[in-house]
Design a protein around this ligand. Structure first.
Ligand code: ADP
Ligand code: MG
Length: 254
C-alpha cells in the first residue's frame, strides 16, 4: 500500500504540488491524469524520492518518511524507500551499451550483489513475461520503441519492487507499438502488480487503472474509481479534459 500525505513540492518560489494526499491499495493500479505541467511527473518522482518533497509523508508498505522544509533526510532512508519502487520512463532509458538482458540484470548484480547466474535466470524469466526473451541478446538500438519499453518494464520489475511507477509509458510510441506495451501493463495489472502511472493514454488508463487521480496545477481536482471518473466525472474540468483526450485519441487512430 502506498500513502502520500499532504505532499507539497516547491521549486524555488514555484509550488508545484499542493497538499496532495493519495492512498492506493496493494495490487491496484492508479492513473495520474491531467494537463501537462500539472505535476504528474513530479508526484511520481516524489514517490521514489528522485525529488524530495518539501513537506508531507510518503509511505510504501511499512517504510515511511516524513519531510519538513529545510529538514535533512539520510541517504540511507531514501535508499530504503526507493528500493520499494521500480520506474518506467517515457523514453525507456535503457543503457545503450548493454544488451536487453544485461539491462535487466544490471541492478540485480550491481546494487543487490546477486551472482551473475542467478541474475541471468531472473532476467530471462522477466524478459519472457514481457514477450522479449527472443531478443535477450539484442542491443537496445536494434529494438523498436515498444520492444525497448518492454525491456525497460522487465528491468524495473527485476528487484521485485512493491510498486511499479510509470511516467507516460506509451506516449513516445506509435499506436500499434503502444498497444504491445498496454498489453504487457494490462497483464501485470491482472497479476496484481501495484502500479502508479502518469498517462495521457485513455486506452491504457481505461484498460488497467482501478483508480484515477486528476491533477491540475499541482492539486487534486478529482479522484475515484476509474470507471466512474471516466464515465461520469463530477468536475467540469475533469470532463473537459477527458473529452479532449478522447478527441486526440480518435484523431491519432484515424
Ligand atoms: P506533468 O508531468 O504533469 O506534465 P511536471 O511534474 O513535469 O508536470 O511539472 C509540474 C511543474 O513543475 C511544471 O511547472 C514544471 O515546470 C515544474 N518543474 C518540474 N520539474 C522541475 C525542476 N526540476 N525544476 C523546476 N521546476 C520543475
Ligand atoms: Mg510529466
Amino acid at each position: 500500500m502506498i500513502e502520500l500525505k499532504n505532499i507539497e513540492k516547491r521549486f524555488g518560489d514555484n509550488l508545484v504540488l499542493k497538499d496532495v494526499s493519495v492512498v492506493t491499495r496493494e495490487g491496484s493500479v492508479t492513473a495520474l491524469v491531467g494537463p501537462s505541467g500539472g505535476g504528474k511527473s513530479t508526484l511520481l518522482r516524489c514517490i521514489n524520492l528522485l525529488e524530495i518533497p518539501t513537506s508531507g509523508t510518503v509511505r510504501i508498505g511499512d517504510e515511511e518518511l516524513t519531510f519538513h522544509p529545510g529538514g535533512h533526510v539520510a541517504a540511507r532512508d531514501i535508499q530504503r524507500l526507493r528500493r520499494q519502487t521500480g520506474m518506467v520512463f517515457q523514453n525507456f532509458q535503457l543503457f545503450p551499451h548493454r544488451t536487453a538482458i544485461e539491462n535487466v540484470m544490471e541492478g540485480l548484480v550491481t546494487v543487490l550483489k546477486w551472482p551473475a547466474g542467478r541474475a541471468h535466470a531472473r532476467a530471462l524469466a522477466l524478459l519472457e513475461k514481457v514477450g522479449m526473451a527472443a531478443k535477450a541478446d539484442a542491443w537496445p538500438a536494434t529494438l523498436s520503441g515498444g520492444q525497448q519499453q518492454r525491456v525497460a518494464i522487465a528491468r524495473a520489475l527485476a528487484p521485485s519492487p512493491s510498486v511499479l511507477l510509470c511516467d507516460e509509458p506509451t506516449s513516445a510510441l506509435d499506436p500499434e507499438l503502444a498497444q504491445e506495451v498496454v498489453d504487457v501493463l494490462g497483464q501485470l495489472a491482472s497479476e496484481g502488480t501495484t502500479m502508479v502511472m502518469a498517462t495521457h493514454d485513455l486506452r491504457l488508463a481505461s484498460k488497467v487503472a482501478d483508480e484515477v487521480v486528476f491533477l491540475e496545477a499541482g492539486a487534486i481536482v478529482e479522484k475515484g474509481p476509474a470507471a466512474r471518473v471516466f464515465s461520469n466525472p463530477v468536475h467540469q474540468r475533469t470532463s473537459r479534459f477527458i473529452a479532449t483526450l478522447r478527441q486526440e485519441q480518435a484523431a491519432k487512430s484515424e
